[in-house]
Design a protein around this ligand. Sequence first.
Ligand SMILES: Nc1ncnc2c1ncn2[C@@H]1O[C@H](COP(=O)(O)OP(=O)(O)OP(=O)(O)O)[C@@H](O)[C@H]1O
Ligand SMILES: Nc1ncnc2c1ncn2[C@@H]1O[C@H](COP(=O)(O)OP(=O)(O)OP(=O)(O)O)[C@@H](O)[C@H]1O
Ligand SMILES: [Mg+2]
Ligand SMILES: [Mg+2]
Lengths: 251, 251
Amino acid sequence: MTHIIVFANQKGGVGKTTTAVNLGAYLAESGKQVLLVDFDPQGNLSSSVGGDRSKPGVYELIGRNAGAGDVVQRTDSENLWVVPSSPDLAGAGIELVEESRREFFLKDAIQPLRGRYDFILIDSPPSLGILTLNGLVAAEEVFIPLQCEYFALEGLAQLQQTIRSVQGRLNSALKIGGIVFTMYDSRTRLAHEVVEEVVGHFGRIVFRTIIPRNVRLSEAPSYSMPINRYDPSCLGAKSYRELASEVLERG
Amino acid sequence: MTHIIVFANQKGGVGKTTTAVNLGAYLAESGKQVLLVDFDPQGNLSSSVGGDRSKPGVYELIGRNAGAGDVVQRTDSENLWVVPSSPDLAGAGIELVEESRREFFLKDAIQPLRGRYDFILIDSPPSLGILTLNGLVAAEEVFIPLQCEYFALEGLAQLQQTIRSVQGRLNSALKIGGIVFTMYDSRTRLAHEVVEEVVGHFGRIVFRTIIPRNVRLSEAPSYSMPINRYDPSCLGAKSYRELASEVLERG
Ligand SMILES: Nc1ncnc2c1ncn2[C@@H]1O[C@H](COP(=O)(O)OP(=O)(O)OP(=O)(O)O)[C@@H](O)[C@H]1O
Ligand SMILES: Nc1ncnc2c1ncn2[C@@H]1O[C@H](COP(=O)(O)OP(=O)(O)OP(=O)(O)O)[C@@H](O)[C@H]1O
Ligand SMILES: [Mg+2]
Ligand SMILES: [Mg+2]
């Protein structure tokens, strides 16, 4: 049984990539086979694990110029694999617009990869455009990383609306797997207020684990390492390890 | 002489909106007539100054369903005006793709507004798509807010490439007006490294003023106020006041 999870939020810089790579790393460390799929032309997920963006990747996969077997790369972490993105993916937005099944390209492309992995984690760009829609159609669950800030809160309603419309028209199986608070700074009043408001509104959907602001998390990508290899004893690592066990608990 | 500046960076959450609104507020406070144009469907710039997104805004302006005079709203700050965005703007990306002058819609639409303002500041979404291209074509200068983090650094080369291609094909007058470091945390080694690398590479283009990480800047939008009205004595405010004088110095 393969869990396919997309990390989506059109607000920029809320921790989509950081959550996908580090949650993935701890799920892999617990023995699960985990595939990271970078569906953001920025390629931050790819570089977080040292993926080679000059080789065929997700763009070639959805364009049927490469098979599933050719695009999966090993990472330095056991059980953790990656399908890298490339800047060409940015053009896919325009190229796909004319196609009738334009929202299904990613779902169809990763079909052959199901069964080989326990988790397929898809990172998406900061927008509600065609690339993110492909992620929401390919996945069964959407995880919403939410920075504890005002603008991030403002965008939540629009994101929910998009998820509802995808559930209605394109992927009735999609459900909100959870909301993850990121970059939480307990010293600020704003962070408390955002958490209180969201927990009040979404209840049990919100993960108990809160990811604190921790500079080690932002240092790790420059060494192409997930946090469990860069600094497993830091607060950021411990919180993602905790999140991984909470995800496994929810089953 | 109207200065038209676009704030662009496809990396999400780097301080595009925060820089547009607070630089704008201090330019207005110094007596300049300043128009903020929100060209991001998220509408964070609009809400930062209490703009009414239910009234005709930038989407109606580029669609020729409203004239320039109908879409400019007053803000609570003297000399500071705003053209709000709306979620409909997200659809413009798809709608404009077929048009031959698709990158010129914003430039043509704000033409009648030149001359009335000393500065027109355009906020753009976290992507290099059609909306940001419109911003780069409408502007004479692009300001690049740069978070002092690894992923932000990674995206700089792609952004430069896009700017060069716009200069070559669509707007030869466009120049890089400056790079602004944002959310700088002097306690982290990463921040120092990013600053050193960028200053070494870009030299005098980089603004001397560095914007520190300061929670008051992220609190202000929830009160629909720029920082000069929310908390003029905080570090965040002082740094944006300094940036405004540096911008005026560059002339
Ligand atoms: N908990 C954290 N503590 C400190 N820094 C963090 C944390 N999570 C992420 N970061 C840093 O904050 C920045 C934004 O995070 P990230 O790039 O993961 O967000 P994103 O939502 O994927 O951004 P985009 O919208 O551009 O795709 C990055 O530089 C990252 O290293
Ligand atoms: N110097 C700062 N110190 C602390 N917080 C800041 C600072 N600048 C911006 N922020 C906060 O960080 C978040 C990201 O900033 P902002 O939304 O301005 O970036 P952006 O580049 O416009 O994002 P997007 O890519 O989504 O449009 C916001 O919640 C904002 O309030
Ligand atoms: Mg990302
Ligand atoms: Mg913004």
